[in-house]
Design a protein around this ligand. Structure first.
Ligand code: MG
Ligand code: MG
Ligand code: MG
Length: 307
């Protein structure tokens, strides 16, 4: 028997990274290529809510892959956001909706589309392969689309995401707006998390021209209450900056109702952020009206401002 495929998303997994790994492993196994899904870190409360709702078990934690292990990357193709050992693994497939930023040694099946969610692409792969999507799979794939598109409000959301979410909600047998709101709400619960845990819920490292920065994001239905902890959050961010030698750290608190974000920006190259948004930080913060997408509305601007 062919060796199994390790299927996983990115570190600091979000709902799409977990749901896509599970549904891709299920699809591949169904078409005869035995696959197992993994997570590259603890799941967040939103993902926990989705898995519980649809009775799906969370994947096992994966800390490293060995040389020549067969790997399928979903929802990510950046080695810096992936598992230890990825450089020497055999990457068989990539299904993603982020910028491409890797080089492979072998030919690779790559399905990358500029849609709002990896699960949207996976829905099409299920159809192509004529594999039935069960209500459980549909439920977690729908959860991923709701999560990544902020209930269809993000500028990353395409007509395909909304259309396919509709199809998936029919299979799962629920109203996508009603369920979607409950899912996002579950994800905003930060009770009992330390400042360090909050800033590390969904943070991604990037580098350009030797400038190392992190963009981290949490959703909230009550942004002011998150900023009551601004001092603790800043201390946690300063620690990350020291620990990882960062030049800039952007922490976005995204309001799921207003679809805008308030940020804390620290680091000795905060000027990059100020240049990107042509703004002056006030008390280390700024309000970004209409900004909800790290990928589409923050990262490109920051990269452009580094020159
Ligand atoms: Mg993701
Ligand atoms: Mg995604
Ligand atoms: Mg995300």
């Amino acid at each position: 028997m062919e060796n199994k495929n390790f299927v996983f998303g990115h570190k600091k997994p979000d709902t799409d990274s977990i749901a896509s790994a599970i549904s891709m492993a299920n699809l591949q196994t169904n078409i005869g290529s035995y696959s197992e899904s993994y997570r590259l870190g603890n799941i967040n409360r939103e993902t926990e809510y989705a898995l519980k709702t649809f009775g799906v078990k969370q994947p096992e934690l994966l800390e490293h892959v060995n040389e020549n292990d067969n790997v399928i990357m979903v929802d990510s193709n950046e080695f810096t956001q992936s598992v230890e050992g990825i450089e020497n693994a055999n990457i068989k497939m990539i299904v993603d909706h982020h910028r491409l930023n890797l080089q492979t040694t072998n030919p690779v099946f790559c399905m990358a589309e500029p849609v709002g969610c990896t699960s949207t692409i996976l829905y099409k792969l299920y159809k192509q392969n004529d594999i039935t999507i069960t209500p459980e799979m549909a439920g977690i794939m729908l959860s991923a689309i709701v999560s990544d598109t902020l209930l269809f409000k993000s500028p990353t959301c395409t007509d395909q995401d909304t259309f396919i979410a509709g199809k998936l909600s029919d299979i799962a047998g629920l109203d996508m707006y009603d369920y979607g709101y409950r899912l996002l709400k579950a994800g905003t619960n930060l009770d009992g998390y330390t400042a360090k845990e909050i800033i590390n819920t969904d943070s991604k490292p990037f580098e350009k021209e030797g400038i190392k920065f992190v963009i981290s994001q949490v959703n909230s239905a009550d942004v002011d209450s998150v900023f009551e902890k601004q001092n603790e959050l800043e201390t946690a961010i300063e620690n990350e900056i020291l620990l990882n030698n960062l030049d800039c750290y952007v922490f976005m608190v995204t309001d799921i109702l207003k679809a805008s974000s308030k940020v804390i920006v620290l680091g000795n190259r905060r000027d990059v952020f100020e240049k990107a948004y042509n703004t002056k930080l006030c008390n280390n913060t700024a309000i970004l009206e209409g900004v909800v997408s790290r990928k589409k509305q923050v990262l490109p601007k920051v990269l452009d401002a580094i020159n």
